[in-house]
Design a protein around this ligand. Structure first.
Ligand code: NAD
Length: 510
């Protein structure tokens, strides 16, 4: 598989990958492909240091993360340079979607993990002679595997949660964008994070598979459905818990009463930011007939104002690697062959040296076309007319994916009701994509878009084993259910059963 001009070279019996900037095709460096024994060594080191890390108070662990925030602020231009060089995205997107969200994640979990993971007493509805305490314990060593589309933010976000929960982390970044993760490793070293608590192993699928198989206590995977399925199979064999954050085909529903200016701006941003390479990109639009023409015209106008490029001020950047641009091209070609019309874009950008696809608006699309069914992961906005909101909902749910969605209407109550009817892990009303950035919000997919949740309290607890401790309060000599058994006892139990669930007073008390 070709990856951004990846050139493999055997040096001293080890595979190396030579990477280049997808926007300029200039070389940006090389990485070594770590093998199974390298991965095992990293995990062993992590196992040794993890108990001492978990012993630290939340405040002490949090201080390392807060110091990392300060380094990110100080070295922001340098970090942006690295992200831009390996992804070809605009500096604005590197800063807003990667650095700012990373600072927020680090600070959020550093400050709040203690409260969110504190021991809890749960009042018992029936066994009032007992006390229940829930204790969140770290799982141990977490293996994190990340994709290329947000190489800094998607590295930091799960890492911040896993570390604050008291785990050590071994992280395998995408082979296409390893330098952001290596920079984070350097930042953690600079703030004195104990060695082995966070380790980056570089490489491709071979290294990722080795990490999944090496006996970590949890795998946190973000990537495609295809790889996610393999990871889940391997985790299943080893009974390793995993969360899978996978792809999407996010629908946008535009109602007749939507603010069309805002909706069109939202559609253009949702489809083209990060060159459409966001798991929560708007990948297909359903707009009701009455406003379809006006909405589409606005989208085309806004799209034609976008500046694509690789230097200076620009809005839309590069596509990460040739394989991705091939998928985009094949989806657009398939749509056009089946009757879709290209209103703007629809081709590789001939003026750029690297991998660029022009922001594209398509109409006359339908669900026979791959562009409306499969994840395109590129700057394409296919717009489909529907008769009403019910038809929009039916199409929105006619998919194997279920990550995110967005709904546009001035009636917020109706927006909420429509959002509830969409089969996805999250929905945004009158905005788009922001769910991942709402740190409190659990994030994840339904159907093929994933298993489990990251972020917020739910995500943080996913990096813990929740232990339940039941404590007897009374210290009586015996318990009603203990030996000896007798017919007398059996009779009392029958009476208790009839009272508790067979009478209204009993039901009230229980
Ligand atoms: P990918 O699945 O090709 O690769 C993801 C990671 O898995 C990489 O680090 C890769 O080296 C590794 N890998 C490959 N084979 C492996 C194996 N057999 N075992 C273990 N690891 C292996 O995904 P990608 O192309 O890097 O990223 C794009 C995809 O990620 C899109 O589908 C996108 O929607 C999805 N994504 C999802 C989210 C989310 O939160 N749901 C966020 C970002 C991206």
């Amino acid at each position: 598989m070709a990856v951004v001009e990846k050139v493999e070279a055997e040096v001293g019996g080890r595979r190396r990958l030579r990477l280049s900037n997808p926007a300029t095709l200039e070389p940006i460096g090389e990485i070594e492909v770590h093998d199974a024994s390298d991965v095992r060594a990293s995990i062993e080191r992590a196992r040794k240091v993890q108990p001492a890390w978990a012993e630290l108070a939340f405040e002490e662990r949090g201080r390392f993360l807060e110091r990392a925030v300060r380094v990110i602020i100080e070295r922001q231009d340098e970090i942006v340079d690295v992200i831009v060089s390996e992804t070809g995205k605009p500096r604005m997107e590197a800063l807003s979607a990667e650095l700012i969200s990373s600072c927020d994640a680090l600070q959020f979990y550093a400050k709040r993990a203690k409260g969110l993971l504190r021991d809890r007493s749960i009042p018992l509805h029936l066994m009032r002679t007992k006390k229940l305490r829930l204790v969140c314990k770290p799982v141990g060593v977490v293996g994190i595997i990340t994709p290329w589309n947000f190489p800094f933010a998607l590295t930091i976000n799960p890492t911040a949660q896993a570390l604050m929960a008291g785990n050590a982390v071994v992280l395998k970044p995408s082979e296409v964008t390893p330098f952001s993760a290596l920079l984070l490793d350097e930042i953690f070293a600079a703030v004195g994070l104990p060695e082995g608590v966070f380790t980056v192993v570089t490489g491709d699928g071979e290294t990722g598979a080795a990490l999944v198989d090496a006996g970590v206590d949890k795998i946190s995977f973000t990537g495609s459905v295809r790889t996610g399925r393999r990871v889940a199979e391997a985790c299943g064999r080893n009974l390793t818990p995993c969360t899978l954050e996978l792809g999407g085909k996010d629908p946008m529903v535009v109602c007749a009463d939507a603010d069309l200016d805002r909706a069109a701006r939202g559609a253009v941003f949702g489809a083209f930011s990060n060159s459409g390479q966001v798991c929560t990109s708007t990948e297909r639009v359903y707009v009701v007939d009455e406003v379809a023409e006006a909405f589409t015209a606005k989208c085309v106008e806004l799209t034609s104002e976008l500046r694509q490029g690789s230097s200076g001020e620009f809005d839309v950047g590069a596509i990460i690697w040739p394989g991705q641009i091939d998928i985009i091209e094949s989806h657009v070609r398939d749509a056009v062959e089946k009757g879709a019309r290209v209103l703007t874009g629809g081709r590789r950008n001939p003026n750029e040296r690297g991998y660029f696809w022009e922001p594209t608006v398509l109409v006359d699309v339908d669900h026979d076309m791959a562009i409306m069914r499969d994840e395109t992961f590129g700057p394409v906005l296919p717009i489909m007319r529907v008769t009403d909101e019910n038809e929009a909902l039916r199409f929105a749910n006619e998919t194997g994916y279920g990550l995110n969605a967005n709904v546009w209407t001035k009636d917020k109550h109706r927006g909420f009701e429509l959002a509830r009817s969409i089969e996805s892990g999250s929905v945004v009303v009158n905005d788009c994509m922001i769910t991942y950035g709402v740190t409190e919000s659990p994030f994840g997919g339904v159907k093929q878009s994933g298993i489990g949740r990251v972020n917020g309290e739910m995500g943080l607890k996913g990096y813990c084993n929740v232990q339940s401790i039941v404590i007897d309060r009374m210290g009586a000599k015996s318990e009603p259910l203990w030996y000896p058994y007798s017919n007398d006892k059996l009779g009392r139990m029958k009476k208790m059963m009839r009272f508790l669930w067979g009478t209204s007073l009993g039901r009230f008390l229980s």
